[in-house]
Unconditional design. Sequence first.
Length: 66
Amino acid sequence: MKVQRAQWSSATGRRAGMSGQRVLMAEAALAGGVVLALLAWEWPSLRREARIWRMAGGFRAGRRYP
């Protein structure tokens, strides 16, 4: 029985295809882009909520408002 070996790229000395580290970096970049897009989408709402919270007293309000 003949065993086939993986093809080695002669230019870089590495196997052809993507390594696990490159796949993880691509996934991290994609996840970061999604988080950034969501933050940009929700930014006006977050600003409005922060302004309402400050008008209600913020941390100083204590137990004034349930």
